[in-house]
Design a protein around this ligand. Structure first.
Ligand SMILES: [Zn+2]
Length: 239
């Protein structure tokens, strides 16, 4: 096989490999992102439950104040009881006392209701905090795994960069320029194999004459349809 073609195939494979590293790293980071998002949403739920509990507690405080006022009212009614001079005043005072007692029992019921709500919310809060702790533990583990994977990918990438630069040291300048010109639009498919007599860049069938040249591999052959550099993959494996 033509030496330049061999170099081009190698270079193209290095470039393709290099392009794959960034998505691989992103993919690793994405694994962590899902867990971080879940943890953030649990944290948001915890914060809103704290606010809800505060709200319920402040309602309870208002009821307590109201309860104290009602008790004072009852005491005042009891004091007034001594100064009653007629039936009408007695009835009015009794009615007032009845209403106050009803209000007290209502306030007590309300406090009990609010306390139940608080209890339930505190249970939910505890569950969420436990869930968050598990999630944070997972994040720690995954972070380690992701860091290791990224380190591995970086090592592989460095090897490919090293091999690539070694290849470029002895690379023909004209061939390199030629390759880079095609690469500008073809990206990582500047050098493509021919399979079933079709260019694997544009997937168009190539004519018999060109195909024969590709198989011979004595020269660099471009796809007559798209201009990519062609090679016969089988022969590379043999070489
Ligand atoms: Zn083509």
């Amino acid at each position: 096989m033509n030496k330049y073609l061999q170099d081009l195939i190698k270079l193209s494979k290095f470039d393709t490999a290099i392009s794959m590293f960034e998505p691989k790293i992103e993919n690793e980071k994405a694994k962590l992102a899902t867990f971080v998002e879940t943890a953030a949403s649990i944290k948001a739920s915890i914060n809103s439950i704290y606010l809800e509990i505060d709200d319920v507690k402040s309602k309870r405080t208002k009821n307590n104040i109201h309860l104290a006022e009602l008790k004072t009212k009852l005491e005042n009614i009891a004091k007034k009881n001594k100064d009653i001079s007629n039936e009408k005043e007695l009835k009015a005072l009794q009615l007032e006392e009845e209403i106050a007692k009803e209000q007290i029992s209502f306030a007590n019921e309300e406090i009990e209701r609010l306390d139940n709500i608080t209890k339930n919310k505190e249970l939910t809060l505890k569950e969420l905090q436990e869930k968050l702790a598990v999630e944070e533990e997972d994040i720690k583990e995954i972070q380690v795994a992701v860091d290791n994977a990224i380190e591995e990918i970086s090592k592989e990438r460095n090897v490919v960069y090293q091999d690539r630069s070694e290849l470029l040291e002895k690379f023909d300048n004209k061939i390199l320029t030629f390759y880079e010109k095609i690469k500008r639009w073809a990206k990582d498919s500047a050098v493509v194999p021919v399979k079933k007599q079709a260019c694997y860049g544009c997937y168009m069938k190539i004519n018999d004459k060109t195909y024969a040249e590709v198989i011979k591999a004595e020269e660099i052959v471009n796809c007559p349809h798209c201009g990519r550099i062609l090679y016969k993959e089988d022969e590379i494996e043999e070489a």
